[in-house]
Design a binder for this molecule. Structure first.
Ligand code: ADP
Ligand code: MG
Length: 301
């Protein structure tokens, strides 16, 4: 197969591993910087150009779209879909996963366990919005944050009000969420490929921190998950329409709840923690599914 990896940096661990796994399995692979792709949007004959040449002959695309380039990156993925190239994660699915509110609504629709979450526009509703999630302590999150940035724990009602006022003052969209204190700064990353959980790790926030993100100093270790957690992760990935996903689950007193579903989950933490060849499994999924025209939405929506 000829595989394109949409990634801005070929030196990243995840990109390097995917290239290596694809080549080991006998495929031709090209790393493509989505921001250097330019397109002509014409009926019947969509094209993508890259560094002076037309991109052609690809059997499959692995989109690794960073959150800072979601808008342009998903447009490039959509163009590949319009060309009939199989994209492992499709543009609509990536867009859904990038919007915390939209993804929580989709998960709720499928009856998947979530932290109690509130969302409001008007400042008149701040009190009720706080009551809705059980009052302080509560978590307040920017809708499009990543790596723990924009996720705040407000321990008192006053702190929550100040944070909400500050976010509103910046015209930022945010949500309020029940704080799952019983998880004690841990969450579980489930790596899902093609409807199966292929690896899991638990992340523990560093001392004095409630966010377990590795970028915030969190430590990872292997963990076994329950059948309920396994099915929650698989259903969460499916409700987004993602073939490859990192589903973050937090263990609450009322069962597993999904925090977020990541559409470009990193390989470094999960491979180093579990010793598994996840990159190889990502390529194996392509081998089984990538056929011309197999892209589901073909750029719709
Ligand atoms: P990001 O996209 O920035 O990673 P998350 O929603 O995943 O945002 O939150 C970052 C981290 O903060 C999570 O991995 C988790 O450890 C912690 N966290 C988030 N929401 C809650 C919550 N409602 N209760 C307890 N901890 C939370
Ligand atoms: Mg997260």
């Amino acid at each position: 197969m000829k595989i394109g990896i949409l990634s801005r940096n070929r030196q990243l661990y995840s990109t390097k591993r995917l290239v290596e796994a694809a080549e080991t399995r006998g495929h031709e692979v090209q790393v493509i910087d989505a921001l250097r792709c330019y397109m002509n949007i014409v009926p019947h004959k969509p094209e993508i150009h890259y560094r002076g040449k037309r991109l052609e002959g690809f059997d499959a695309i692995i989109p690794r779209i960073g959150s800072s380039i979601t808008f342009y990156g998903t447009a490039v993925v959509r163009q590949f879909e319009m060309m009939g190239v199989y994209c492992q994660n499709e543009s609509v699915a990536i867009s859904r996963s990038r919007d915390k509110l939209r993804s929580l609504q989709l998960l709720a629709r499928k009856g998947i366990g979530l932290p109690v979450t509130g969302f409001a526009h008007s400042p008149d509703d701040t009190q009720d919005l706080m009551n809705l999630v059980g009052g302080a302590p509560m978590v307040i999150k920017l809708i499009e944050g990543t790596q723990g940035k924009g996720v705040v724990l407000a321990e008192t009602k006053q702190a929550a009000e100040s944070v909400i006022d500050a976010f509103r003052g910046l015209d930022a969209h945010f949500l309020t969420q029940e704080f799952i204190g019983e998880a004690r700064g841990t969450d579980v990353r489930c790596f899902v490929i093609g409807g199966k959980v292929v690896a899991t790790m638990q992340r523990q926030a560093k001392e004095g921190e409630f966010r377990s993100n590795v970028h915030r100093g969190g430590q990872a270790r292997p963990v076994r998950i329950t059948p309920e957690e396994r099915s929650t992760a698989v259903r969460a990935a499916a409700s987004m329409g993602l073939n490859v996903a990192g589903v973050d689950i937090i263990r609450s007193n009322h069962g597993p709840v999904v925090l977020e579903v990541n559409s470009s989950p990193g390989l470094e933490g999960i491979e180093r923690t579990t010793g598994r060849d996840i990159a190889g499994q990502v390529i194996a999924h392509l081998e089984a599914h990538a056929k011309p025209g197999r892209t589901r939405t073909r750029g719709r929506g």
